[in-house]
Design a binder for this molecule. Structure first.
Ligand SMILES: [Zn+2]
Length: 253
């Protein structure tokens, strides 16, 4: 039986690179980073040339390709370590790119994740004309001292107002070149549906390591004050970012 595209009713009819050509071109000489905490990763990609079989050609060559080209100028700059001012519109575009990749990582292997975290409604909402982002989504960017590649997804959960496990979340951390992006989307209990959730993360130097780009609040100057590093015992180690959120069980099983 042919599978349905993650974003529309068409059958899956293409195996596309997860990363677009302009990113692959730039990442060719780069080594992937292997950082793992036990069996914590629900989804893990260590090959930049990984192909995905979860979308149709129409989506891939249409609105998904538009998200790529809209983000190319500022992403290429940051990927190559050029200081970049991000206007609110660019922060929204970059969040759309990162959420799209999160949805693909989340939905691209039905054997491992039979039911994706992102709902069909959240996925189809990404397309024009609505171009909406899932509610309760937070996005941050940072800088890694060297050029690298990483893409990993973990599940998380947390309490709200003393109610344990009031939200389930999906965390995706992506490193392309010097650019680090982390997206957290939360599904909350209906009683908290109208709250804006600020979940509690593990201690870290997040205020100097990261810039919050979603929700948007003014323009942001990348890079942040302090960069993530790959070596040494320091709060700025990239492993702390990947391990920033409490690891939850895979709720999709
Ligand atoms: Zn489609």
């Amino acid at each position: 039986m042919s599978r349905k595209c993650l974003f529309c009713p068409n059958p899956v009819d293409s195996a596309e690179h997860l990363w677009s050509d302009w990113i692959l071109e730039d990442l060719k000489p780069v080594e992937p980073i292997h950082i793992k905490f036990g069996k914590t990763f629900a989804k893990w990609v260590d090959d930049p040339e990984v192909r995905i079989k979860c979308v149709c050609q129409k989506c891939n060559n249409g609105w998904m390709s538009a998200i790529e080209s809209e983000n190319k100028p500022h992403m290429l700059a940051m990927l190559n370590d050029k200081p970049t001012v991000l206007l609110p519109t660019q922060q929204k575009l970059l969040t759309r790119w990162a959420v799209l990749k999160s949805m693909i990582l989340d939905g691209s292997s039905p054997q491992r994740r039979p039911i994706p975290f992102y709902t069909e409604c959240e996925r189809t909402g990404m397309k024009p004309p609505s171009r909406s982002l899932p509610v309760n989504t937070l996005t941050w960017i940072g800088r890694l001292e060297v050029k690298a590649f990483h893409a990993g997804l973990t599940n998380t959960f947390g309490g709200i107002n003393g109610i344990p496990k009031a939200f389930q979340g999906c965390v995706v951390t992506i490193i392309v070149g010097h650019l680090v992006i982390q997206v957290l989307t939360m599904h909350v209990l209906p009683m908290f549906a109208t709250n804006r959730i600020r979940p509690v993360d593990k201690p870290g130097a997040w205020n100097v390591d990261l810039l919050e780009i979603w929700p948007v609040f003014g323009e942001k100057c990348w890079p942040p004050k302090v960069s993530f590093v790959l070596k040494g015992s320091t709060p700025h180690h990239i492993a702390h970012l990947i391990n920033r959120w409490k690891i939850g069980e895979d709720i999709t099983k």
